[in-house]
Design a protein around this ligand. Structure first.
Ligand code: ADP
Ligand code: ZN
Length: 739
C-alpha cells in the first residue's frame, strides 16, 4: 500500500487533492511538492501524509519535491500534532494556519536585483589605461573595489552603465550576479544602540533563574515573572535574550499585538543593533512579500531573534532556546478562528517539545498561570519595586453617582477631582493619559418617552453615534445608519444620546481645557498607517498634553513625564456577561495605572466609577494582586470555573433563529447521552450577544477537569451529528470570548 499525501494546491481556489507518494521520495507535512493537475504541472504544500485509502487505484503520483526540507521544522510538526489532539482541529487545518498562503506558493518568492562585483582585480597598468581611455569603466571599477561587495546596477547608473559593465565583464574584471534583496519592513529606521543596564537584585534573581533554566539538562519548568508595572521586565527580557544568544541558541519574543508594542520592538533592535539583520519581526501589517521573506529568513536560520504577535509562536526557528511571552495575561493571545489556540499555552508546549526555556511576564498574571505556580508546574519570581526607584502611583476612586447628581442630568464625564488634577498637571507642564474603553461619540440613541434604543439590524447591540461622519455605527459588524430625528417607534422628537465614548470625551476635554493639546487614540483614529506611531512619538516629544484613548494606550507605554492617569469610566468592562469580567477590569486598571509616575515625579491615578466598592476596583487601587487573586480564585473554585476546570463553548449560529436553536438543542441532547464522568453540561441558551452579522446565536458551555476529554467528547458528537446547511456550529476549547 503506497503512502499518499493531501496536497493544498497553490492558487486562490485552495483546492486539496490526494496524491500517491513515489517510494524514493521522503515527503513530510509542510513539504513543497510538484504535482500534475489536469495534466499540467502545478505546485502545492503537503498537509498530511497517510495511507492511501484501499481500492483507490486512481490516485496519481506526485512528481517531485520542490525543496527537500519542509517549510516547518520537525518540532513544529509535533506542535501541530499536539494542537490536533488538544483542540480537536484536523491536522490539515492546523498545518494550513501554521503556513499561511503568503508563505506557501511561489508568488512571494524572494526578490532579486542584478548587481555587479569585482571578479578578478585589474592590474595597476590596466587601471591607468582605463583612467585615460574609459573614464566611466574606471569610475565603476573604483567604486566596486572600494565597496568590496556587490553593488546593485541601478546604483551604478542603471541602463546608462550597461555598455561599460559589458566591457568590464568581457575583460573578466567584473561579474554580474542576482542579489537577493530582503523586503525589510523596518528599512530606513535607525536605532541608537543601548548598553545593558546594571540589574537590581530583583531583576538579577530572574536573570539567574533564566540562566539556570537555559543550562538545564531536563526540560525546565516555565518561569512566571510577576513584576509590577515599571519593575524593569523588558530589561530582564533583553538580558535573558543575550544569555540565550551566548549559548548559541535562538529566541522568540511574543507580544500581544505588535502595533501596541512599538517600544518593545525598538528596545530589542536598539540593544541588538549590531545584529539587526538577524532580528525578524512578524506582524499582521506585513505585505505578502515581506512575510514570505521574514519566514524564509527564519526557516533558513538567518534570523536568530523573532519578535511577533501570537502566530509568531509558529516561527520555524531552529535551535530554539528561549520563548518570552510579554503580558502573558492578554486575551489577544487567544486565536479566534480554528485552530483556536492560545499562544502562551503553545509556548509552554513548544518548550516541552524542544526542551527550551520559557519566560512569561506580566504585572497582572492570568489566573491560569498563577494557579500553575501554586500547583508547582511553573516557577514564580516577583519583582515588587520599580526599577528606576519610582514609587507606585497614589490611586483615588471617585464615585460618579455623586458627581452625576452634582452635574444634574448631563453626562458626567469629568469629576471635579479629575478636572482639578488635570489643571494642576497642565500648569506644571506634565502630561496626562485619560483612558476610556469605548470609542465613538455617545453610546446609543434612546427615546425617553418610549424607552426605544436604536439597534443594529444585524446584531443585537445598540448602534454608536460617530460625530465625525454623522453616522450611527455598529461596533460588531460595521453597519452604518443615518441618525434619526424622531424616534422610529413612537415618533417622539425627544430621542437623545446616552452614555459616551472617546469621541465625545475628546470634544468635552477640548472645551474644558482650551489651551491643552489633546490627542485621541482608538481604532477610529489609527486607521491611517503609522498614525499610532506618530501620535506616540509626538506624545513622547511632549507636543501633546493630554492623550485620550481606549485599551490601546493601557499597556506597555513608558512615558516618564506622565504624572496623571484618569480612568473615565471603570465600569465598562466590569459588567460584561463573563466570569472573567472582574479579572479583566483588575488587569486593565492596574495596567493603565502603571502608565503614571514612571519618571522621577510621583504619579497619581484617578478612577471614576459608579461602583466604587467593587473588589476589582478596590484591589487595583491598592496594587494588591495577591488580595485580588485570593478572592477571585476562591470564587472560581466555588463555581467550577477555570483555572480549576477547562471550559468549552459550543456555538450554533444561523440567519434562521429556530434552526440555530433546534440544532443546539439536538447537540445538547446527544452530548448529554453517555456524558463522560466529570464533565458538566450547561443548558443551551441564547448567547449574551443574541444576534451578530444577521445571525442568531445560541450556545452552551461544557466544563471538565481534563481538556482533551472535553474536546474528544465534543468532537465525537459533532462529527456524528449532521447539522442543517444554514447552521454553523463552532467549538472553542479554553474559550475567552463567551459569546
Ligand atoms: P516594565 O516592562 O516592567 O513595565 P520597563 O522595562 O519599561 O518596565 O522599565 C521601566 C523603566 O526602568 C525603564 O525606563 C527602564 O529603562 C528602567 N530600568 C529598567 N531596569 C533598570 C535598571 N536595572 N536600572 C535603572 N533603570 C532601569
Ligand atoms: Zn451590526
Amino acid at each position: 500500500m503506497p503512502l499518499s499525501a493531501s496536497v493544498l494546491i497553490d492558487g486562490p481556489s485552495e483546492l486539496v487533492f490526494d496524491y500517491a507518494i513515489p517510494d524514493q521520495l521522503k515527503v513530510l507535512p509542510g513539504c513543497r511538492v510538484r504535482i500534475p493537475l489536469r495534466n499540467r504541472p502545478a505546485t502545492g504544500t503537503v498537509l498530511r501524509v497517510h495511507e492511501a485509502p484501499e481500492g483507490d487505484f486512481a490516485l496519481r503520483y506526485l512528481t517531485d519535491l520542490v525543496d527537500p526540507e519542509p517549510l516547518i521544522t520537525p518540532e513544529l510538526l509535533k506542535l501541530a500534532e499536539w494542537i490536533t489532539s488538544y483542540y480537536g482541529t484536523p491536522l490539515e487545518q492546523v498545518i494550513r494556519s501554521i503556513i499561511p498562503s503568503s508563505i506557501r506558493g511561489e508568488k512571494g518568492s524572494s526578490k532579486t536585483r542584478r548587481a555587479a562585483l569585482i571578479d578578478k582585480p585589474p592590474s595597476e597598468e590596466d587601471l591607468t589605461i582605463l583612467a585615460k581611455r574609459a573614464k566611466r569603466q574606471h569610475a565603476i571599477l573604483s567604486l566596486l573595489t572600494a565597496a568590496s561587495k556587490p553593488i546593485p546596477i541601478t546604483e551604478l547608473g542603471g541602463t546608462s552603465a550597461a555598455s561599460s559593465l559589458k566591457s568590464l565583464t568581457e575583460k573578466g574584471w567584473v561579474k554580474l550576479i542576482d542579489l537577493e534583496v530582503r523586503r525589510d519592513p523596518d528599512s530606513g529606521e535607525t536605532f541608537v544602540p543601548t548598553q545593558p543596564l546594571t540589574l537590581n537584585p530583583e531583576q538579577d534573581e530572574v536573570l539567574q533563574a533564566v540562566t539556570k533554566s537555559l543550562n538545564s539538562e531536563e526540560p525546565p519548568n516555565p518561569i512566571l515573572l510577576h513584576g509590577i508595572t515599571g519593575s524593569g521586565k523588558t530589561e530582564v527580557y533583553l538580558q535573558s535574550t543575550q544569555k540565550a544568544l551566548d549559548l548559541g541558541k535562538n529566541i522568540i519574543v511574543l507580544v500581544p499585538e505588535i502595533a501596541l508594542a512599538p517600544q518593545t520592538v525598538q528596545r530589542f533592535k536598539a540593544r541588538f543593533s549590531e545584529m539587526v539583520d538577524e532580528i525578524a519581526v512578524l506582524h499582521s501589517n506585513l505585505s505578502q512579500g515581506e512575510r514570505f521573506d521574514e519566514w524564509h529568513r527564519i526557516r533558513s536560520g538567518k534570523a536568530r531573534i523573532v519578535i511577533g504577535a501570537r502566530s509568531a509562536i509558529f516561527a520555524p526557528l531552529p535551535n530554539l532556546g528561549l520563548i518570552i511571552v510579554d503580558e502573558e495575561h492578554e486575551p489577544a493571545y487567544k486565536q479566534e478562528n480554528p485552530p483556536k489556540y492560545h499562544a502562551r499555552d503553545l509556548a509552554v508546549v513548544r518548550c516541552r517539545l524542544e526542551k527550551c526555556s520559557v519566560l512569561l511576564g506580566s504585572a497582572t498574571p492570568s489566573l491560569e498561570s498563577y494557579q500553575n505556580t501554586l500547583a508547582g508546574k511553573y516557577e514564580i519570581i516577583r519583582m515588587n519595586e520599580r526599577a528606576d526607584g519610582a514609587s507606585l502611583p497614589l490611586t483615588r476612586v471617585v464615585d460618579m453617582r455623586i458627581e452625576s447628581r452634582k452635574q444634574k442630568g448631563r453626562d458626567a464625564i469629568l469629576s471635579d477631582v479629575l478636572r482639578a488634577s488635570i489643571d494642576q498637571r497642565l500648569e506644571a507642564n506634565q502630561q496626562v493619559i485619560l483612558f476610556l474603553n469605548r470609542r465613538g461619540f455617545a453610546r446609543s440613541l434612546q427615546c425617553p418617552p418610549c424607552g426605544h434604543v436604536i439597534q443594529c439590524n444585524h446584531c443585537a447591540i445598540p448602534l454608536t453615534y460617530h460625530r465625525a461622519d454623522e453616522r450611527l455605527v455598529c461596533h460588531i459588524c460595521g453597519h452604518q445608519a443615518i441618525v434619526p430625528k424622531l424616534c422610529p417607534e413612537c415618533h417622539d422628537p425627544a430621542i437623545r444620546f446616552q452614555g459616551y465614548g472617546t469621541e465625545k470625551a475628546e470634544t468635552i476635554i477640548r472645551k474644558v481645557f482650551p489651551s491643552a493639546k489633546v490627542a485621541r487614540l482608538d481604532t477610529d483614529t489609527t486607521r491611517r498607517k503609522n498614525a499610532l506611531r506618530d501620535t506616540l512619538r509626538d506624545f513622547r516629544a511632549k507636543k501633546i498634553n493630554i492623550l485620550l484613548g481606549t485599551q490601546m494606550i493601557a499597556k506597555g507605554l513608558d512615558f516618564p513625564n506622565v504624572t496623571l492617569v484618569g480612568v473615565l469610566n471603570a465600569d465598562l468592562s466590569l459588567y460584561a456577561p463573563d466570569f472573567r469580567a472582574g479579572e479583566r477590569t483588575f488587569q486593565l486598571l492596574t495596567q493603565v495605572a502603571g502608565r503614571a509616575g514612571r519618571g522621577a515625579m510621583a504619579g497619581e491615578v484617578i478612577i471614576q466609577t459608579a461602583t466604587p466598592h467593587s473588589p476589582s476596583i478596590q484591589f487595583a487601587r491598592h496594587h494588591d494582586f495577591e488580595g485580588f487573586v485570593d478572592q477571585e480564585l476562591e470564587m472560581r473554585r466555588q463555581f467550577g470555573y477555570p483555572p480549576f476546570t477547562h471550559l468549552a463553548l459550543l456555538l450554533a449560529r444561523s440567519s434562521h433563529e429556530r434552526r440555530a436553536e433546534f440544532t443546539l438543542q439536538t447537540l445538547h441532547r446527544k452530548l448529554a447521552e453517555n456524558l463522560p464522568d466529570g464533565i458538566t453540561l450547561g443548558d443551551p441558551i441564547p448567547s449574551p450577544l443574541t444576534k451578530s452579522h444577521s445571525q442568531f446565536r445560541f450556545q452552551l458551555l461544557l466544563r471538565g477537569p481534563n481538556a482533551r476529554a472535553l474536546s474528544r467528547h465534543l468532537n465525537k458528537i459533532l462529527s456524528a451529528t449532521p447539522t442543517p446547511e444554514d447552521v454553523i456550529v463552532t467549538a472553542d476549547l479554553d474559550a475567552y470570548d463567551l459569546g
